[in-house]
Design a protein around this ligand. Structure first.
Ligand SMILES: Cc1ncc(COP(=O)(O)O)c(C=O)c1O
Length: 408
């Protein structure tokens, strides 16, 4: 179902009423009166996630103890939860495994990809998320492969000379979205490999990794998937390449038969070889429960709503004279919108004081996240109206709003 751009609060209410996703908001445990526009950083808890953790802690762990690895099928959770994520990223269930963090997975995938390319170099765009850059630098230092920082937007050109590219599908600052199929085609022609960072895309963008010819990807689950703080990440490795990949951290959970206790490593077939050590079962169960909310929801619908909410924010930005660095109204973009303000940090703090939570990325970007499962059009309207008041009255210009916290 398509969404319209509401240009009055009444129109925003009408949009909420006809929204096929409206009922999903009830599945989350958000405090009353809070407008939460930070799901691009940390998604809220859902009832199903909390229930899953409680059940696992009280029944499976407390009573079942070690038996639960078999009886409650803990041992297969990285695969069964990975299978649920597969639908959301457009990948076959068996090509996805839940493991480690995005940072660690980037390293593992980039090392494995380097083995397969002729031109031993790792490419990262200058405005790529820092951990992607650091991991590429670390791997370069360890392997001797060149680390090449290319200009933002230059991946298309640089790929033609081969190598391994680490690339976010949705940029964490701007929400600019990448053309996966287009870049994959260039990479295929040049013998290059791309590792997609899906952190800002999973759960709010209609991803079709398999159809787009993607080979390798990782992403986090604590943003739009709402898996919980520090929830485990996932890896996608396409079947036709996975079994040629060498995990540089060959732990026993990626072994073909971990309980044979062989002295030598023998990887299991497919993406599952990227598992390394014992998974965090409580976190996996939280993620499993969080994914229940997505059942029966199409990624096209999620994507359409996230963009429509973002359009409304951009419509307001125009009226408030705020400069966006995100793709404009009607354009394809990720789930958030970034607006510039030189006192952006203080403005965000003033909004938080009014029970509206966006976030801030230095030096001047205010990020407003539009997680489609629980953000309403009227909430965006009210948040933007509050922003208007804060800017007009310069409410942000108070000392308490300028004290920088560690996490922004
Ligand atoms: C694009 C991107 N990659 C990676 C990360 C973080 O990786 P990790 O889960 O290892 O902390 C983030 C966190 O916000 C991100 O936005």
């Amino acid at each position: 179902m398509a969404y319209a751009l509401p240009t009055s609060r009444a129109a925003a209410m009408a949009e909420d009423q006809s929204d096929p996703l409206a009922l999903a908001a009830q599945k989350f445990c958000l405090p009353d009166g809070l407008i939460y526009l930070d799901g691009h950083s940390l998604g809220p808890s859902s009832r199903t996630a909390l229930e899953a953790v409680e059940r696992t802690a009280h029944e499976e762990w407390s009573r079942g103890l070690i038996r639960s690895w078999n009886d409650a099928d803990w041992i297969n959770l990285p695969k069964t939860v990975g299978a649920k994520l597969g639908r959301l990223i457009g990948a076959p269930a068996e090509d996805v495994i839940v493991c480690d963090s995005v940072s660690i997975n980037l390293y593992k995938l980039a090392a494995a990809a380097l083995d397969l390319v002729d031109h031993k170099r790792i490419l990262v765009e200058a405005d790529e998320f820092p951990t992607d850059q650091y991991m590429a630098q670390g791997l370069s230092a360890q392997t001797g492969a060149d680390f090449v920082r290319i200009e933002s937007g230059a991946a298309r050109q640089a790929l033609r000379d081969g190598g391994v590219l680490l690339k976010s599908v949705v940029n964490y600052r701007t929400a600019v979205i990448e053309d996966i199929a287009g870049l994959e085609q260039i990479a295929a022609e040049a013998g290059a490999l791309i590792i997609w960072d899906l952190s800002h895309a999973t759960g709010c963008v209609d991803l079709n990794l398999a159809d787009d010819g993607a080979n390798l990807a990782t992403g986090c689950t604590y943003k739009y998937i709402n898996g919980g703080p520090g929830a485990p990440a996932f890896i996608f490795a396409a079947e036709d390449i996975a079994s040629r990949l060498r995990n540089p951290l060959p732990g026993w959970f990626g072994h073909a038969d971990p309980f044979a206790f062989d002295a030598d490593y023998r990887p299991v077939a497919g993406a599952a070889r990227f598992a390394a050590g014992t998974p965090g079962v409580l976190s996996l169960r939280a993620l499993d429960g969080a994914l229940d909310v997505f059942e029966g929801v199409s990624v096209e619908q999620l994507s359409a709503k996230a963009r429509a909410l973002g359009d409304l924010c951009l419509w307001w930005a125009e009226r408030l004279g705020l400069e966006p660095i995100s793709p404009g109204i009607g354009a394809r973009r990720g789930g958030h919108v970034s607006l510039l303000h030189e006192q952006g940090y203080a403005v965000v703090q003033a909004l938080i004081a009014r029970n509206i939570i966006p976030d801030f990325r230095a030096p001047d970007a205010m990020r407003f996240g539009f997680s489609p499962l629980y953000v309403r059009f009227t909430e965006v309207w009210d948040a933007m109206e509050a922003l208007q008041e804060i800017l007009a009255a310069r409410t942000w210009d108070q000392p308490q709003f300028k004290i920088k916290a560690t996490v922004t």
